[in-house]
Design a protein around this ligand. Sequence first.
Ligand code: NDP
Length: 342
Amino acid sequence: MADVPKTMPGVLIEENGGVEVLKWKTDLPVPELKEGEVLVKNELIGVNYIDTYFRTGLYKAPLPLVTGKEAAGTVAALGPALSGSDLKVGDRVGYLHDHAYAAYTAVPAAKVLRLPEGITTAQAAASLLQGLTALTFVREAAGLHAGGGAGATLGVGQGPWTLVHAAAGGVGLQLVQMLAASGARVIGTAGSADKCELARRHGAQWVVNSREDGLAAKVLEITGGHGADVVFDGVGKATFEADLQMIARKGTLISFGNASGPVPPVDILRLGPKNIKLMRPVLFNYLVTRDEIEKYSKELFDLIMTGKVEVRVHDTYPLKEVARAHSDLEGRKTTGKLLLKL
Ligand code: NDP
């Protein structure tokens, strides 16, 4: 750790609350490496909606907390007993792990990905969490694969009816592109005409402005009364009731977020009239083993390198101005990915 300083800049949360609790510090201790860990010098840090949940306390973590779940940069030091890894100091890497809102983060080597030459550091920081969420949810939760679902050979846009809420957002834009590439018929919802247009350009063949009334009726009209076979809902509380109305018989409702607040407890009997499959998946529980992490990150990077998936960066904020990034994200002012730079 010869060139690594003892202290570093970063953002600390000492109490839960609004964006004002995100405190810029210049003298946080650089983490001491434990067995099997790697110290990553973060160049670009991804902002994700989950960061706001840890800030507000919707999701619990011990305080004080350096939050942040992903970043990309370079290996700064290797910890003791680092066996089974060929990582070297200076390697360009990305990772999904806690405590990313700082100059350095200690990451278990098993979670560190060396970046292929065709992937920029910005593409990695902007795609890992949201892209892998979209990819694992399309493949594992919805069971849709490239060229069609469940082994079927489908033409583009001839597959199942899928609906993506917040389709111009970080996860949403990745979902619409991956679903379109899998041959699904994709309906996107978004909160403005510009956002709808963005979702359309990325693969949503139909778009509905979610700020207007009658969302479920519009989706039923688009699908000729059939409804959506798969609904991807990261908005949560505000859209759950509409989901139950517009989902098709035997449809799969993948509820995976709380942008508008958490979905209240559900009476399981409400699933019966349409035999709905209701899921609440979490990315990190699809990426548990090293094989899973490597398999899906390779597929994601291949999709990006072959141009099938574009990673769109809304803005890159100085880490010091992270409060502005959180305000923009929670204020529905953003599309695609928000990055933080040191
Ligand atoms: P987004 O970029 O999608 O931002 C959230 C979007 O939600 C907004 O841009 C807005 O789009 C929409 N929205 C609708 N209603 C509200 C509201 N009341 N307040 C705020 N936003 C609203 O964020 P992310 O891509 O980072 O995350 C999307 C969702 O996915 C989040 O709920 C997140 O927690 C979840 N997620 C879950 C994971 C899991 O493992 N379960 C993993 C990753 C993300 P519009 O204006 O177009 O409606």
